[in-house]
Every structure is written in structure tokens, then in C-alpha cells.
Design a protein around this ligand. Structure first.
Ligand SMILES: [Zn+2]
Length: 297
């Protein structure tokens, strides 16, 4: 608030104009024919020579007769500047047994790619589409390495999360990210986020379609592709989506509102523990939640 002294003065009706490095104006306290009042070059203090006054914004509030104590001055300056004070008695000698509550944190804005990263995701998607439509053998190599047919890859490339080609190999395009799959199955890490991150499960916008009543959520994109290959989406009423790994932010649960959800996580203990956790998050959002236990139907 100290740095907003000029704003405060303007708001309480002290007219100022710039004169070199200072703001000057007629003194609001004494009968002033000349502009003898000034805000000093530091911007945080002001004064009037004939009045023998100088001080910061709070001293000024007292000098102007708008407050008689420092806490009153703080309250006045805050009110004039529209500054939120967590406790109107802050700064008084009174001490509270419990600290005043902090104002509620503003919700974080959604993560959005910068233009350069956006261009990289779009270029990867375009490269995939060109390779697929152009009969580029790289597509067949990728299909063979994943044990998939071209029809599955065609289906998976739909929408803003789909497939891309980056560094000469397959990448999973997310609405706000590009996750590259290392062609070497021994390489670590197997997957690299080239840009951005997952702001929703992979292919979630496909599952969000009204006609889709059942959503199969897998741990990772490969299992998701395997479900598509198995024909799970054949009649159009079911969709396969992937959580990028076992993480599942609580905010994603609402995306499954009204959907019958089947969690197809790994059958090992970490996979089943993650499935139980996600099931708890989805309760109250999804129409139903079941955990796949390895049975084939
Ligand atoms: Zn004066």
C-alpha cells in the first residue's frame, strides 16, 4: 500500500501534476496559493514544507484527518485503495488467540500450451496423418511393434488426443501435451513428455460423446490401444481412455459424470491399489464403477 501513495492521494481528492521527478500540487491542509505539496521521487512519501509535514501514506491519512491512529490509517488506506485486509483490527495491540484466516486461494487457471509447444503438437499430429494416409512404412513398423492393425491406429488418431509422429516414431497427442514413446523397448524412460502434460485422460473427449455410455479406463495408452483392437468400441456405445500411468487427479473425476466406468488397471498390487483409489474418486460422479479383475467377457 505504501507504493500506492499517488493512487491514494488522487482517490482522496489531492490533485497532482508531474514536475520533473516529483508530483506536485496544492497542499490539501493549508491555504496554498503555490503548489507546495509534493510526492517525493521515491514515490512512497510526500510532504508540505509550510506545514512541516512529511510522511508515508499512513502518516498522510492521519495528517489529512482521516484517521487518528496507525490502525485506523491502515484501515482507511486499505478501504480507499480497495485492498483486502484479512482482519480489520490487524496491527492493533490486540492479539488474537488464533491467526486470522487467509483469504481463499484463487483457483489455478487451466494449463494451456504456449504457441511454440502448441505448434509442436500440431506438427506431430499432422506428420502422423500424412504418414498414415501416404502409406509411409513407418506406420506399419509402429503397428507391428505394438501388435496392432491399421484400423485400430486409424480409430485412435481421432480427436485432439490421438497419435503423432515425433523424432521419427510414435507419440501420443494430448490436448495440452505430446508424450513420445521410445522405439527401443529396453530404453528408460520408455516415455518422454516432449512438451506439456496430461490435463485429461488420453482420448477423454472421445468418451465424453453423448452416445458413449461405458468408459473403459486403462493404465497407460498401450492397454487402451489393445482394448480398441479387441473391438470394445465397435458398436459406438463404449470408449477406451487411458490414464497416463497410475496417477489420477481428483479434478478428473467429474469428467466421468453419468458414465458406467470400468477400471482396467494392471492386475499387480500397485495396479489394483490404484484402481481402488480411482474407484473411490469416481464414486458420486460415475453412474457405476467396476474394477476389471482379469475375466474375459
Ligand atoms: Zn501545507
Amino acid at each position: 500500500m505504501r507504493h500506492r501513495l499517488p493512487d491514494y492521494l488522487a482517490a482522496v481528492g489531492v490533485e497532482l501534476r508531474r514536475n520533473g521527478t516529483r508530483l506536485v500540487g496544492r497542499c490539501p491542509v493549508h491555504e496554498d496559493g503555490n503548489p507546495s505539496f509534493a510526492v517525493f521521487p521515491n514515490g512512497t512519501s510526500c510532504g508540505c514544507y509550510p506545514c512541516d509535514f512529511s510522511g508515508d501514506v499512513f502518516a498522510t491519512a492521519v495528517w489529512l484527518g482521516r484517521a487518528s491512529t496507525f490502525p485506523e490509517a491502515v484501515a482507511d488506506v486499505a478501504a480507499v485503495l480497495g485492498v483486502y485486509l484479512p482482519d480489520s483490527t490487524a496491527g492493533t495491540a490486540t492479539r488474537h488467540a488464533t491467526p486470522p484466516q487467509r483469504p481463499a486461494k484463487a483457483p489455478e487457471p487451466p494449463f494451456v500450451l504456449c504457441d511454440g509447444d502448441r505448434a509442436q503438437v500440431d506438427a506431430a499430429r499432422l506428420a502422423w496423418a500424412d504418414a498414415f494416409d501416404g502409406g509411409n512404412p513407418i506406420v506399419d513398423q509402429i503397428a507391428a511393434s505394438l501388435g496392432l492393425d491399421r484400423e485400430t491406429l486409424r480409430r485412435a488418431a481421432w480427436g485432439t488426443s490421438g497419435l503423432g509422429l515425433a523424432n521419427g516414431w510414435l507419440a501420443y497427442a494430448y490436448p495440452q501435451g505430446l508424450k513420445w514413446r521410445n522405439p527401443d523397448p529396453q530404453a528408460k524412460p520408455r516415455f518422454v513428455w516432449l512438451v506439456g502434460r496430461a490435463t485429461a485422460p488420453w482420448r477423454m473427449e472421445w468418451a465424453a460423446k453423448r452416445e458413449v455410455g461405458t468408459v473403459y479406463l486403462t493404465e497407460g495408452e498401450s492397454d487402451c490401444l489393445a482394448l480398441i483392437a479387441a473391438g470394445i468400441e465397435a458398436d459406438g456405445t463404449a470408449a477406451a481412455v487411458a490414464s497416463p500411468g497410475t496417477s489420477f487427479p481428483q479434478a478428473w473425476a467429474a469428467m466421468y459424470t453419468g458414465k458406467r466406468t470400468v477400471l482396467c488397471f494392471d492386475l499387480d498390487p500397485p495396479g489394483q491399489a490404484a484402481a481402488a483409489k480411482v474407484a473411490a474418486l469416481l464414486a458420486g460422479h460415475a453412474a457405476s464403477v467396476s474394477i476389471w479383475k482379469g475375466d474375459c467377457q
